[in-house]
Design a protein around this ligand. Structure first.
Ligand code: ADP
Ligand code: MG
Length: 351
């Protein structure tokens, strides 16, 4: 009888600190109650056979991993990378089941990668700590899938703990778990506008930040002081820099607001972050702007912002804990106005 192991990993929502991770800045994501589960059954011979409830069936031979541009790249890229590091694996059946919506900005990709790496760790007795798993997951996306993602998603997913957010300094990779007080709750609503991280916008912003850092003579935008002169930088890049510098400051303030259970202050920071992403970083879209406005019109909501890479995707709002079905009300208004379906992803529908 083949031994079967099963591991899981959560999705995540980024509370604040958007487009700061590839600038060596600060981020504050939180694990979600939605998870990806991966079961592995080792076999004596044959291929890697994968069954995903969200995507169907795929297979490949160990040692012959090829980039296909399909979802199987996340699995094949992982076994490819482990072999490159000198790890011996064997044939297996992989079964993936997920509650994390794919491509909604809740990091289904990192969730799948971390759950798979955890299952591999157990099935093949690998010694990998949680931070190493996060770094491997990032490397798979960067080098095999071809998505230039930062370290935030895999770290958030690999190191999340229930009831807390994760403050990460993406330069040193040091992190701190910040307990969420019971006076605060979070609502996440997907706008129904699909985003593509591997599309042009995200990579273009990264390139703009690199160019701005070069012009300013710093290693990364993390090193730009709040009052630094930006005269050497053209207007558009100046706004990109302004977003990154102000967003880093907001993450530090948000950490304090959570520690002091100051939900109204956290809400203000969310609103400021959204305005900065909309006007300076230009990664929002009109539908998402409208969803934020509708959320902020609700008395139970302290503030809201776009979350994730942008160009569509979801919003996150900080609300009173007893806010009941405020998410459903916001979604219904949005649907009436835009004729688009909005999904309330947090709190998760149960039953
Ligand atoms: P996000 O990580 O925000 O959900 P991405 O575009 O980074 O969005 O990743 C989504 C992709 O990850 C999917 O299109 C698919 O290729 C892959 N993926 C994630 N979860 C699964 C799953 N359970 N089964 C198969 N593929 C998955
Ligand atoms: Mg992803």
């Amino acid at each position: 009888m083949a031994e079967r192991v099963e591991e899981s990993a959560p999705g995540r929502v980024n509370l604040i600190g958007e487009h700061t991770d590839y600038n060596e800045g600060f981020v504050l994501p939180m694990g979600l109650p939605l998870r990806t589960t991966v079961a592995i059954e080792r076999r004596n011979s044959g291929d890697v056979e994968i069954e995903s409830d969200a995507r169907g069936h795929a297979s490949y031979r160990l040692g012959e991993e090829q980039r296909t541009g399909e979802w199987v790249d996340y699995v094949a890229g992982t076994t490819w990378l482990l072999r490159e590091r000198g790890t011996t694996l064997g044939p297996m059946r992989v079964r993936v089941t997920t509650e994390v919506p794919l491509g909604s900005g809740l990091s289904s990709s990192a969730s799948l990668l971390v759950a798979f790496l955890r299952a591999l760790r157990r099935a093949f007795e690998l010694s990998l700590d949680d931070l190493t798993i996060a770094r491997l997951a990032q490397e798979v996306e960067n080098r095999f899938v071809g998505a230039r993602v930062g370290i935030m998603d895999p770290m958030a997913v690999s190191l999340a703990a229930p009831g807390s957010a994760l403050f990460i300094d993406t330069r040193s990779l040091t992190f701190e778990r910040i307990a969420i007080p019971d006076t605060m709750a979070f609502v996440v609503i997907d706008s129904g506008v699909a985003h593509r991280l591997s599309g042009g916008g995200y990579n273009q912003r990264r390139a703009e930040c690199e160019e701005a850092a070069r012009l300013l003579g710093v290693a990364s935008l993390r090193d730009v002081a709040a009052d630094a002169s930006l005269d050497a930088v053209p207007e558009v890049l100046r706004r990109r820099v302004r977003h990154v510098v102000s967003e880093n400051a907001r993450v530090l303030e948000a950490r304090e607001a959570i520690q002091q259970a100051d939900a109204p202050r956290l809400g203000q920071l969310f609103s400021l972050s959204h305005a900065s992403l909309r006007d300076d970083y230009e990664v929002s879209v009109p539908e998402v702007d409208r969803l934020v406005e509708l959320a902020e019109a609700e008395p139970e909501i302290h503030g809201a912002r776009i979350t994730g890479g942008g160009f569509g995707g979801a919003i996150v709002a900080v609300s009173r804990p007893e806010s009941g079905d405020v998410g459903a009300r916001i979604a219904a208004r949005y649907e009436r106005e835009t004729q688009r379906h909005a999904d309330v992803l947090l709190p998760p529908a149960r039953g």
